[in-house]
Design a protein around this ligand. Sequence first.
Ligand SMILES: Cc1cc2nc3c(=O)[nH]c(=O)nc-3n(C[C@H](O)[C@H](O)[C@H](O)COP(=O)(O)OP(=O)(O)OC[C@H]3O[C@@H](n4cnc5c(N)ncnc54)[C@H](O)[C@@H]3O)c2cc1C
Length: 494
Amino acid sequence: MAKKIVIIGGGVAGLSAGIYAKLNGFDAEIIEMHSVTGGQCTAWDRKGYRFDYCLHWLVGTRKGPFNDIWRETNVLNDNVEIVDHDVHTKLIAEDGREFVIYTDLARWEEYLCKLVPEDTKKIKKMCGDMKKSAFLQPFSDPPGLRKIGNTIKSGFGMMPVMILFMKYGRKSCEEYFRKLDFKNEDLNFFLNSIFGSRDFSALAFIMMFAWFNQKNAGYLIGGSLPMAQRMTNWYIGLGGILRAKSTVSKIMVEDDTAKGVVLSDGSEIAADYIISAADGHSTIFDMLGGKYIDKKIKNAYEKWELFTPIVQVSFGINKIIESDVPVETWITPGQVIGMTKTGTGYSIMNYCYDPTMAPSGKSVIVIRFDSPWDLWKDLESNDYKNEKLQIEKDARVILEKRYPGISDAIEVCDVATPVTDVSYTGVWKGSYEGFLPSSKNLMDNLNSTLPGLKKFYMAGQWLFPGGGLPPAGQSGKWAVQYICKEEKMMFKAS
Ligand SMILES: Cc1cc2nc3c(=O)[nH]c(=O)nc-3n(C[C@H](O)[C@H](O)[C@H](O)COP(=O)(O)OP(=O)(O)OC[C@H]3O[C@@H](n4cnc5c(N)ncnc54)[C@H](O)[C@@H]3O)c2cc1C
């Protein structure tokens, strides 16, 4: 008889775990509290418009171990069209100064050197660091299951990048830019505006550009929802069971061995193995009552900084609005939108590059800004409704400023808040990507196992500071690799 794996959560990590569980002959059941799968990787439809929540770039669209995962889980197939943007973001200051971040490093270097010739040497050094980090290859197999030969081979391949690890692994972007010591004030201003005053890892910043430069972090036409649907269809096609609209409230444990789950309606589901791909905090501290933790886990959940939640205001517009860049970030620190005083400012995303987002002749434009969880966590229902109305009002003004005359063409406006995210996915404090990758944690991933608990694995963004779709997909695969090892089975990826 095939052994049964119960997977808590049908986000990208849970779907990945389910697919690999089925590919390896297990019975698999995903329990998802929402009516649709995808978790953070989602979108919603309003009056013919699609408002996407997640996907802007997917590491692994071209090559490498993440690409293998996306192909094995049907995220990528021959019918999926990939767009590699030329521009990552355009930053715009309050006085109208503009600064472009290109995805091609040679082009960005040339642009920067022309813009601030006095810093040519330092610009070349920064872009050189970014190019070098292309040598960094994620491991295919999880810690403990890597073949020595592969580890040595990867180690040699990554030699050039080791220096970067040593130099910048424990540095923030702010320290990195300070060390580069650009003379030009505008350059310092724009670079430091990207992450504001947060302790964002310099290495994570540097590596991001290597992926773009290799055209290995593209956008998938259709966006997040079809991506999650392709995974779901593949999982169900392989015989996986999906129990939607069902919330796990407790993980049953006997003799420090996970035995099954209890749902919020009190029903129990027995399992030989459990993989929790749900929110990390609620898994460890609620479903398991905080019994299986160690110093590292405690420290992470108590001390590591989280991604600040976001508010997303989506507009459906009854005319074509062109844009030469996918994202504009307006640097307006301290601007008030609803009750939020922005840290850095807000972003405007024009989806004109994806024809599936709006009916023909129409456009989707989205405004996003960070909004701390503390503002939202105790908001009463009437105040919440009024806050959404105020945000819509303020966002309309912002949009009109950017695209004068657009207001008359707005057909739909939708406001999604950190509360929306928490109620649909249970994500802790609305932190949509989990732990911020910082100078303190970038190289400190959390383990897939919890200390002292058998037959139980974790998957999902909370294991890896920085979160994102690739670690979610990878951790689902890794959990099944560990289970295959326990069962003395050869792991199969296809
Ligand atoms: C605005 C935004 C933009 C982003 N942009 C990108 C991007 O461009 N590129 C990128 O790589 N990443 C991006 N991300 C991050 C990425 O979406 C997430 O890191 C990733 O989807 C996390 O997947 P996950 O499966 O680990 O967690 P989740 O997506 O949070 O999935 C967890 C699932 O578990 C379910 N669940 C929770 N508790 C329970 C329970 N008790 N019982 C049953 N089910 C439960 C939830 O409903 C959810 O479906 C973005 C995220 C957001 C929100």
